[in-house]
Design a binder for this molecule. Structure first.
Ligand code: ATP
Length: 453
């Protein structure tokens, strides 16, 4: 009874140390220091299953005595284990198994490492499998230079410890997996950035022009929300500058050194958007001949612009909602989820509230996205801005065309003010570009408005 109490006490205090483990070094230190208080072992090894799920590889190991500098114990971490009677016995049993080296040497076909144990002073060792409710993880071995290290109460303790270790190990392995996935994404992203060096420049030059009251309000909203990292919903007709606003938000956020990745939700059929957003593993479906990283992963650390979000099919709206809630994605055909840190900016020219009422857009997703809405008014509602925008585009396109400063004739200006601009700023921009190219002198005498429709 007394022994039982001590064991519970030990396991409790071990679990509080275990909760503080951050990495392999911590783990090894806790095992060595804490387990030694109650078990007189010399060496410790934890083996885990390799990716193939069949062989075991050393994950953590500590040796002392003659084994410390012995080349056979300087494991690279790549030597495959398992498939011999020792591992089979350990992996098949609920209880810890104890092995005596002298006795093993008498058994026919003993594993090749047993004589080495004897040469380097190991007398007995115990092994127990490590598993959680859902996963086989590997096994733990404790080695001793003396006999009598593993009496029954110690074996019970090892069993108790093995449950705790299995959980820590499962978490550490999941974190390792995520870290290696993130590394892979980083490499991919750098490749992408090197391939498109102009992108960053373009983004840096994203200038928004606008002196109207409405646009001044938009600028205020941008500077409020940009550093806050919250989700932004940009609403406005086509060509009102939604993409430009998203670039401005990204450029003024702490994520500015990472990518702003854009997905056009209207441009692709359902099955392709899913893989575009979340990526897929090699062989996930017919035609998936290569692993593909999705836009969410590409935007990790940065911003993801979900353009035309109103066009996203309902089926994918549910998946997107889950990703936004859980902050992790699953590649199509992938085995484990990937954590992502992405700021979401969604944009649409649809009236999302009406879409919700019509049952075409999920209400819960709408609320998730509508955290900080920015509405861009159509150009016809901020006509006082037309001269300024026209002037801005005029200088830009005259410069590009190698022409000297140009100006608009008064009649052209009036015509522009009277027009209703269904294509908004984009239409104005194209019109000016065309006018610059078609005009001979420095004054644009003719409006080309009607010709553009
Ligand atoms: N306030 C502005 N200042 C300068 N340029 C602007 C402004 N608003 C829009 N533009 C220009 O107009 C064009 C259209 O803008 P943008 O692509 O951001 O619009 P959008 O609302 O995302 O359009 P769509 O809904 O069709 O995708 C771009 O070339 C952009 O540079």
């Amino acid at each position: 009874m007394k022994q039982g109490n001590m064991m519970v006490e030990f396991l409790l205090s071990l679990s509080s140390d275990i909760a503080l483990i951050r990495d392999k070094d911590d783990f090894l230190r806790v095992l060595r220091e804490r387990l030694r208080e109650v078990i007189h072992f010399n060496d410790i090894v934890i083996n885990i299953f390799d990716e193939d799920g069949k062989s075991l590889v050393p994950y953590l190991y500590y040796s002392e005595g003659r084994r410390k500098n012995h080349p056979a114990f300087q494991r690279s971490g790549h030597s495959k284990l398992g498939g011999d009677q020792i591992f089979e016995a350990v992996m098949a049993a609920e209880q810890p198994q104890v092995f005596n080296v002298r006795k093993l040497l008498k058994v026919k076909n003993h594993p090749a490492y047993i004589p080495l144990f004897r040469e380097t002073g190991i007398v007995e060792f115990s092994g127990i499998r490590l598993r959680t409710a859902t996963h086989e993880i590997g096994c733990l071995f404790l080695f001793s230079e003396q006999t009598g290290t593993f009496p029954e109460p110690v074996l019970q303790l090892i069993k108790g410890v093995s449950h705790q270790l299995s959980i820590v190990l499962a978490n550490m392995l999941a974190n390792d997996r995520i870290a290696s996935q993130l590394k892979e994404i980083e490499i991919y992203r750098q490749r992408l950035e090197n391939k498109h060096p102009v992108r960053k420049k373009e983004i840096a030059q994203a200038d928004l022009v606008g002196n109207s009251r409405e646009m001044q309000q938009v600028f205020r909203l941008i500077s409020q929300v940009a550093p806050a990292d919250s989700t932004v919903l940009i609403l406005g007709e086509t060509g009102t500058g939604k993409e430009l606003v998203s670039k401005a938000i990204h450029n003024h956020s702490t994520r500015r050194d990472k990518l702003l990745v854009k997905v056009n939700c209207a441009a692709l059929p359902v099955n392709l958007i899913e893989s575009e957003l979340f990526g897929h593993e090699k062989g996930a479906f017919t035609g998936a001949s290569e692993r593909r990283i999705g836009k969410f992963e590409m935007a990790h650390g940065g911003t993801l612009l979900l353009d035309e979000i109103g066009e996203l099919p309902l089926e994918l709206q549910a998946k997107l909602l889950r990703v936004l809630q859980e902050r992790e994605i699953e590649r199509i055909g992938g085995k484990s989820p990937v954590r992502i840190d992405v700021r979401i900016i969604a944009a649409t020219n649809r009236d999302l509230k009406k879409e919700v009422e019509a049952g075409r857009f999920r209400r819960d997703l709408f609320y998730r996205l509508n955290v900080f809405p920015i509405v861009l008014p159509p150009l016809r509602e901020r006509k006082d801005e037309i001269p300024e925008l026209a002037e801005y585009f005029l200088q830009r396109y005259a410069g590009k065309a190698g022409k000297s400063a140009m100006r608009l004739a008064d009649g052209v200006k009036e015509e522009m003010m009277a027009y209703h601009w269904p294509g908004n700023v984009r239409e104005l921009e194209h019109l000016i570009e065309r006018s610059v190219l078609l005009s001979r002198g420095t004054v644009i005498e003719e409006s080309f408005i009607r010709k553009s429709h």
